[in-house]
Design a protein around this ligand. Structure first.
Ligand SMILES: [Zn+2]
Length: 441
């Protein structure tokens, strides 16, 4: 139920948008044959128009205008990322972790890190594993003291984590496919040849030259070469894509954020890539509008590193993405049924399907519930459709500015025991926030 349609609401913006999209369509049409001619669903209709250079591309975006910060999927906790499939965090969850991990030490810190292990993205998880090893010898260490001791070797931290993920991929394949399966064999070969890791040795040679893209492509190939069920390949890829590849990021974490920084700031850096962001399905740089149906929830890690890559390029990095968009759509639909994001999102799943089909040239066609099916699901469970709240109405009208979501006011004991204010800065994800510090026990 859209209060306002973006193009109806902003005719002037629509014209320039239309011109941009039209010239882009003409470029695309030169190279693309329509892959979905036979299908007559709404999504394929839109995709057909889109790729035949028709002006009809505009009706593909029918969602209401919405700034990325007001996209309400961002308020849902633990939604799986459309790209990597890992659980994402709201700003509130990020803040809670920041305060907890930033103020803990020793065994307590180790526990907080363990509790959040599913959220850390690849390079950060490598750092976390390293910190946990350090904590064994340093029972009182905080995050920054654990990372800054003994000149941590970024190359070795990367390698240790790569080996760990290859081993976990192997374990996952054993669990799903049994002993001596082709993926397990692939992992064993990788450990032996790339990492010089014989079965009974713990330390890898530092001469390995791991290629993440090839490793993932080899797993994907086995689906057809060895007839492994797609469903199992998907589950194994969800583990395998967690392999870090950047020594640079690890090194930066150690030197720029680990040394001389506050523990809270370092904690924030460790976790922030798990935050839900609004990904423009049709990139903004190519004329994609700021509208709900051109958004899908994606973690900051995936959103930030995709840049302007096409979906084909991007899927080499995350070959499990088509499956994960479906998993994400199902999870969001479930929250919509429960009324967790208000009354205006009932046709979001249908819109998402249309936008994704259009952008991927019909390669990714989701199975989603339409608004009637969502309503029916509510009836079956005795739930009622939520009415639009004030925030939602304002949001749909494009007027809602959002409330800043920073660190919650918390209690922390200052050294002097006096009440005072201090300023915490997280420029990457937050604005400046004054945190009132109060005397605490
Ligand atoms: Zn992701």
């Amino acid at each position: 139920m859209h209060v306002q349609r973006i193009f109806a609401a902003t005719p002037v913006a629509m014209m320039s948008q239309s011109q941009k999209l039209n010239s882009q369509n003409q470029e695309i049409t030169k190279n693309v044959t329509n892959p979905i001619e036979a299908n007559s669903s709404r999504a394929s209709q839109i995709a057909r128009n889109y790729f035949l250079g028709s002006q009809m591309v505009n009706p593909a975006f029918t969602g209401f205008p919405c700034s990325t910060s007001n996209f309400r999927v961002k308020e849902l906790e633990d939604m799986p990322c459309t790209c990597c499939g890992r659980p994402m965090m709201t700003n509130k969850q990020i803040d809670e972790f920041t305060l907890k991990a930033g103020r803990a030490s020793g065994a307590e810190l180790n526990q907080v890190l363990d509790d959040h292990m599913d959220y850390f993205r690849a390079e950060e998880k490598a750092i976390v594993h390293y910190i946990q090893k350090q904590l064994k010898d340093m029972p009182d260490a905080t995050l920054t003291t654990a990372i800054s001791r003994k000149g941590a070797d970024a190359g070795q931290i990367l390698k240790d984590e790569q080996i760990d993920v290859v081993k976990r991929t192997s374990e996952k394949s054993k669990e799903l496919l049994g002993e001596n399966n082709p993926i397990q064999n692939l992992c064993e070969r990788e450990l032996k040849t790339t990492f010089g890791l014989a079965a009974d040795r713990k330390k890898a040679k530092s001469t390995g030259n791991f290629n993440r893209t090839n490793f993932l492509a080899n797993i994907v190939d086995l689906e057809h070469k060895k007839g492994i069920k797609h469903e199992n390949i998907h589950k194994i890829l969800d583990v395998a894509v967690q392999i870090p590849e950047s020594e640079k990021i690890i090194s930066k974490m150690i030197t720029s954020y680990g040394y001389g920084n506050s523990d809270e700031r370092f904690a924030h850096r460790l976790i922030q890539k798990a935050v839900v962001t609004a990904e423009h399905i049709h990139p903004k740089s190519k004329g994609g509008p700021n509208a709900t149906d051109n958004y899908m929830g994606e973690c900051q890690e995936c959103n930030g590193s995709r840049g302007n890559m096409s979906y084909d390029e991007w899927m080499k990095k995350y070959p499990n993405m088509p499956d994960n968009i479906q998993v994400h759509a199902d999870a969001v639909t479930e929250e919509i049924i429960k009324g967790k994001i208000g009354g205006n999102y009932d046709d979001y799943p249908v819109d998402l399907k249309a936008a994704v089909a259009s952008e991927t040239q019909g390669k990714v066609v989701l199975t989603v519930k339409n608004p009637e099916e969502i309503e029916q699901a509510r009836e079956e469970r005795g739930l009622t459709k939520p009415t639009a709240d004030a925030k939602e109405k304002a949001n749909a009208a494009g007027a809602y500015q959002g409330s800043y979501h920073g660190l919650p006011e918390t209690q922390k004991s200052g050294k002097s025991g006096k009440k005072h204010h201090h300023v915490v800065r997280f420029p990457e994800a937050h604005q400046t926030q004054e945190v009132k510090e109060e005397q605490a026990a």
